[in-house]
Design a protein around this ligand. Sequence first.
Ligand code: 5AD
Ligand code: SF4
Length: 471
Amino acid sequence: MKRYLVQTMGCQMNVHDSRRIEEVLSADGWLPTDEPALAQLIVFNTCSVREKAEHKLMSALGTVRGFKEERRDVVIAVAGCVAQQEGERLLQKARFVDVVIGPDNISELPALIAHAQGGGAPVARTVFDVHAPAFLEATPAPSKLEVTAFVTVMKGCDERCTYCVVPYTRGPERYRSSDAIIHEIRGMVEGGVREVTLLGQTVNSWHEPNADEPADEAPPWSERLARTSQFAALLRRIAVEVPELGRLRYTSPHPRHLTDELIEAHADLDVLARHVHLPVQSGSNRLLKRMLRRYTRELYLERIARLRDAVPGLTLSTDLIVGFPGETDEDFAQTLELVREAGFVAAFAFKYSPRPNTPSLKLEDDVPEAVKAARLQAVFDVVAAQQRPHLESLVGTTQRVLVEGISRTDPKRSTGRTARNEIVHVDGVDLEGAFLDVVIERANEHSLMGRRLSEAPVERPRFPHRLKVVG
Ligand code: 5AD
Ligand code: SF4
C-alpha cells in the first residue's frame, strides 16, 4: 500500500493546495498516513512570505534527512512558495530532496514521484501555467462532513506591494470562470458544506477569465480605486444560484477593489458574512506609498465607513506590517491611530521581513529588532483592548452560530462562528453543520460562551443522514 504524508505550512491558499495535492495523490492510488515511518512519500507544502516561514522548512527538512538516509525508498517532495522561489537551488541546498514542485504544477506530482521511485535524478518543476490555468476542482471527501470549505476563484497577484514575495511565487493573476466556481460550490453544498470562503490573493479583483481586461488606466496612485466589480456580480450569482448555501465569505480583498458595487452587494445579500478581513498594512500615507499599496489612509477609512453604513454591525479585521524600512515613531503612531479609528476586532501583525526578489530589498531594513518587537506588542495591545469590550457587548444577546466541530478544550462542547466571525462555544456534541441560536452568557479573551436558545437547530444540515443531530 502506498502511503503519503503532507505537512502544510503557511496560509489558507496552502491549506487549499494541500487538499488538491491529497486529491491528486489519492486518484493515483495513494493513502494518507500521519506516521512518517509508514510513509513512502513526504510532501512539505511551504511558505516564504516571511523569513521565519522559510526557516520552518529548513528545520523540517533537517528532521527527515537522517530518515531518508535509512530509507532510500522514501520520496521527499517540497511544494508551495519556497519550491517556486528556490526551484533547482533547493535541490542543491538539500540534496536528499527528490522533487521540487511549484503551486501551478500539482497535477504533475504523480509522474514526478514515479520518476523518483524509478531512480531518476532529483527534479524541479516550477512553471507557471499562464495560458491554460489549471484550477484543480475540489472534491469534498464523501466520508467526512466538511462544514466550511474554501473555493479558489483566482490565483496569483498583479499588485507589486514592495515587501511581498507572492507575485513572484504565485505568478500573474489568473481567474476561474464563474460557471466552474458555481459548479464547485453547488457540489460542495450537495456534499454537506454549509459555509464557503472564496479564496484569492486579491480575491475581489476577480473577473470573468475571458472578459475584456477591466479598464485600469493609471490615475495617480492615491486614487487607484477600481471602478467596477465583476466580483460583486459573482457574489450575487452565487447567492441566487446556490440558495442552499448557508454562509459566504471571501479572503483576502484588496482595499482598492472594495468598490461601491461590492459594498452594495454586502447590503443586499443575506448570505454574505458580516465580517471582512481587509489588509491595511500601515496607517501612514508615506509608508503606504513606499509599500505601493495604491490607497491612502483616508481612502481606506472612507471605504470601510461606507461598508459599515451598508452593513450595520459589520466587524473588520486586518493585516499589518510593523518596522517597514524607514518607519518612524510618527508613522507607527498613525498606524495605531488607524487601528483605533477602524475599530478592528482582530489583526494579524507581522514584523517586516526582507524577502528575495522584492523591490523593498533595496531599502535598508533599518528599524531595530527591539523596536519592531515593541511596535508589534503595541498593535496587539490596542487590538486586544478593542476585542474585549466588543465581545463583552455581546453578552446577553442571541447570536446565530454555525457549528464547525467539537471544542478543542472541552469534548462535551461544540464550537462555531457567528456571521461576524466571533467564536462561540456551546454545550452539546454532534451538531456539526447546524445553525443554532445561542444566548451569549460569557465573554472569554478571544471567544464567547453561550447556551442554546432551544434544543432544535434553527436550520438542520441539508443532509442529516450524514450526521447525527441532537434535538
Ligand atoms: N514582511 C512581513 N510581513 C509580510 N507580509 C507579506 N510580506 C511580508 C514581509 N515581507 C504580511 C502582510 C500580508 C500577510 C499575508 O503577510 O501583512 O497581508
Ligand atoms: Fe502581496 Fe500585495 Fe499581492 Fe497581497 S496584494 S499578495 S500583499 S503583492
